[in-house]
Write a protein that binds this ligand. Structure first.
Ligand SMILES: NC(=O)N[C@H]1NC(=O)NC1=O
Length: 811
């Protein structure tokens, strides 16, 4: 352990204080706590005390072999801010005179010798404000300043840390073998100082806290057991259960075992004249009242007694109104539970029962000319044109002529970044883009939102964020991370709460609260998933030592980026993954679970490994994405970071192989891997492929992209349905989706495969940041006309239905 991260966190609760911690990294690149100390507050003296003890415990001396990580971000920003008040005057020979705003501060910077008269660089190893101004001047004059790394001391380089760490992976014993600590185990809390200011009286309760946890506890009588009074004030009511049976009332009311009051909960009213039934119940109740009144009275909780002791006139008034009220309740109840409650806002064609017809309907077995009957959100019949005569009664029909009717696309891999990073995309814009692109269901990835979806609590936040804000159906993958991989109950909680499966990374994900997993974690995850018969989706890239010369390659060139993530990363990860995927075979320890490899880019060795695993009976599938099929590395312009993604887009012949594998069935399906960010993170000005956000924004265009680029490889409508609807539906466990067939959900895209269009500034794009999409500026073939989700026409001729009526899909 050569790496230490330091931080402090507030502790709430009965002893408000501050927890100072040190974390280290172990062999799998995951953090673990080394020391912690609870102090009264974060201040100079408490950190000094903490660090002194840490130094004593770990024998830290000056220049000892540890790397400390602190939050330098703020300091760097500060230095940049200060630098902006200086200017640099070039004096030749790599030397600059750097002058402060009012000429009060001057410093000589020798760029070639790396010397600075303020000496700060020598001390900290990080460029001072004077150096930064000089670098800015060089950049302005188009001089090659290299990558930022070359300006900091090698101590801070990742390579230095890796070299140091390479030889020091010590095996450690488990908890059982730890020596007993001689220290006293009773720890006293630090002295608490009440902070200045008004105390917070009303605590905001967490969503998980039971309502009963607060409020007053109702008084229960020790004599009669009733609530509302105590033993002393008891009027002597007898102890005992309710003696009046349901049938006592029921005989009079004529409703069997259910008393009238429970009817709406327990009984099933299907009669056409509910009002009559309910009136009968209450007439019955009134008749029964006299004979059972006394016994009822003895059983009624004290609070309800005034109710049944009311004047008979008042009773009659109330009872005469109850049937009406219940009838209204009944209407609301049945309307709510009807198969589909279409409101005009949900659909641009607000009919529950209607037909859509076309000359080209892609059904599971053939493409037919005919019509689809939709009722209550489902497909209820499918008729060929010649048999259609007389089938339509009074239902409205939309005729789409030559346009193609296909099952809506199911995108099993999209990052909508909501909640927490909705400024990157968000549910409303993401699902509007999906609807405009013919995607009727998308499954949201567990990372890039904040927090990541790794527990039932965080899944609940996702569901809440989606409520009333989605225009298509949205399901959720949960995240498999080291923390829940070793704690089956967290994983089970997440799966019980409705996650359709899990997703994990075999390399750093780029998101701090979503750490990577190794084969051991994946094995654990698969054993839990087996019970639920749900899949594990894996980002299969594994970092390896790279032989790159620092500062030689231009970070604006895509080929530099390609070198940093070679195909061997995919191959190594997949090889390791497949050692545990064997568990999914019939009779294996994780039979029932399934491994799905996401966004395959390497169409050579990695693909061969996958084919072999499938042949051996492992339950494995693989997807690739339109960007790997549309672009090749050679064509990506320098600095155009819209094309940065991981794994990277590879060479042209790799792309040809991907198409061949897709057409031949070795690649099972497609997904968008729509992974947008805020435009600033794409670093368009610098064009630095090594530092820009990796992720392609594509959601709205995947159908025309697959079609346009696929035409020269012989793509067909049937293939599109297989890659974009049938197989994804199977992966996500959606048996009622992915096909135009009787009984399936009416999720349908209507599009014109022959229509060409330009993705230019006149084209309406619905993703939040069109400028970051790699497809802007292209000419595509295949235009989406209309999209139906659960029978609602949610997108039509460029317009969306006003209300967001998509449903959340839970397992
Ligand atoms: N975190 C995240 O979105 N990563 C995605 N981006 C990308 O290019 N590949 C991914 O897996």
């Amino acid at each position: 352990m050569d790496f230490l991260g330091l931080d402090g966190a507030f502790m709430k609760g009965p002893y408000p204080s501050m927890n100072l911690t040190t974390v280290g990294l172990y062999g799998n690149n995951c953090t673990y706590p080394v020391t912690y100390g609870v102090v009264e507050s974060e201040k100079y003296s408490s950190w000094t005390w903490f660090l002194k003890n840490l130094g004593d415990d770990l024998d830290l001396t000056t220049n000892s072999n540890f790397t400390f990580i602190t939050d330098m971000q703020k300091t760097l920003e500060k230095i940049k801010g200060e630098a902006s008040e200086y200017r640099a005057v070039f004096c030749g020979n790599g030397k600059y005179q750097v002058i402060g705003g009012e000429c009060v501060d001057q410093c000589i910077v020798d760029i070639t010798q790396h010397t600075y008269s303020c000496n700060k660089w020598e001390v900290t190893g990080i460029p001072c404000k004077h150096t930064i101004v000089a670098i800015w001047d060089m950049r302005r004059n188009n001089e090659n300043v290299g990558i930022p790394k070359t300006w900091v001391h090698p101590t801070y380089w990742l390579k230095t840390w890796q070299d140091m760490y390479a030889f020091k992976i010590e095996p450690i014993n488990g908890r059982m073998m730890w020596a007993k600590s001689p220290c006293p185990i009773k720890l006293l809390p630090p002295k608490h100082h009440v902070p200045i200011g008004r105390p917070k009286k009303k605590r905001r309760r967490p969503a998980t806290e039971d309502d009963s946890a607060t409020g007053t506890i109702p008084v229960r009588c020790s004599k009669c057991g009733n609530i509302g009074h105590n033993g002393r004030s008891s009027k002597g009511q007898a102890v005992g259960g309710l003696q009046v049976s349901g049938s006592d009332v029921g005989q009079n009311a004529g409703v069997g075992q259910n008393s009238g009051l429970f009817l709406l909960h327990k009984g099933r009213i299907t009669a056409l004249a509910p009002q009559l039934h309910l009136t009968a119940i209450f007439v019955g109740w009134r008749r029964a009242k006299d004979s059972t009144f006394f016994r009822l009275r003895s059983q009624f909780p004290a609070k309800l007694l005034p109710l049944i002791e009311m004047e008979s006139g008042t009773w009659r008034l109330i009872l005469s109104m109850v049937p009406l009220l219940l009838y209204l309740l009944f209407i609301v109840y049945f309307d709510y539970n009807s198969p589909k409650a279409t409101t005009s806002g949900c659909s641009l064609f607000p009919h529950d029962h209607f037909w859509i017809s076309s000359k080209r309907i892609v059904t599971p077995h053939e493409i037919i000319s005919g019509a689809v009957e939709i009722n209550g959100g489902s497909i209820v019949s499918l008729v060929k044109e010649k048999d259609w005569q007389g089938q339509v009664k009074n239902e409205p029909v939309i005729d789409y002529g030559e346009a193609v009717l296909m099952p809506g696309l199911i995108d099993v891999h999209a990052h909508l970044d909501d909640p927490g990073r909705a400024e990157w995309e968000g549910f409303p814009s993401g699902t509007k883009a999906a609807a405009a692109g013919g995607i009727t269901t998308l499954i949201d990835m567990p990372l890039n939102s904040f927090p990541s979806t790794v527990s039932k609590e965080t899944l609940k936040l996702k569901k809440e964020a989606a409520k009333g804000r989605i225009y298509v159906n949205v399901g959720f993958w949960g995240g498999l991370v080291p923390e829940n991989a070793i704690n089956a109950s967290i994983l089970e909680g997440l799966l019980n709460a409705g996650a359709l499966g899990l997703k994990s990374f075999m390399c750093p994900s780029g998101i701090n609260d979503f750490p990577m997993t190794d084969a051991t974690h994946i094995k654990e995850g698969l054993s839990v998933l087996a019970k639920y018969k749900r899949p594990l989706l894996v980002h299969a890239e594994k970092q390896q030592e790279l032989e790159l010369e620092d500062g030689v390659d231009d970070p604006r060139s895509y080929s530099t980026y390609l070198k940093t993530r070679p195909a061997s990363w995919e191959e190594t990860a997949i090889r390791e993954l497949l050692t545990v995927a064997k568990d999914t075979r019939v009779g294996g320890p994780a039979e029932g679970a399934h491994v799905h490899i996401v966004h395959l880019s390497d169409s050579r060795s990695s693909l061969e490994l996958i084919k072999e695993a499938k042949n051996n009976g492992d339950s494995v599938t693989v997807e690739t994405c339109p960007h790997y099929l549309a672009f090749s590395a050679e064509e990506i312009p320098d600095g155009d970071t819209r094309f940065k993604c991981s794994p990277p887009i590879r060479d042209a012949s790799n792309k040809e192989n991907l198409w061949e594998a897709l057409m031949g069935g070795d690649i099972d399906m497609l997904s968008s891997d729509h992974s947008p960010s805020a435009p600033e993170l794409k670093l368009f000005e610098e064009g630095d492929f090594l530092r820009a956000w990796g992720g392609i924004s594509s959601l709205q265009f995947v159908l025309p992209v697959t079609w346009s680029y696929g035409l020269r490889y012989g793509v067909t409508l049937e293939k599109l349905v297989s890659w974009w609807s049938e197989k994804p539906a199977k992966l996500a466990g959606q048996d009622l989706k992915g096909e135009i067939a009787i009984g399936k959900h009416a999720d349908i895209v209507v599009w014109e495969p022959e229509k060409e269009f330009d993705l230019d500034e006149n084209y309406t794009v619905h993703v939040k940041h069109p400028s970051i999409s790699a497809y802007m500026g292209s000419r595509l073939t295949g235009k989406v006309l209309a999209t139906f989700v659960n029978g609602n026409l949610v997108f039509d001729d460029g317009k969306h239905a006003p209300d967001a009526c998509g449903t959340t899909i839970l397992a």
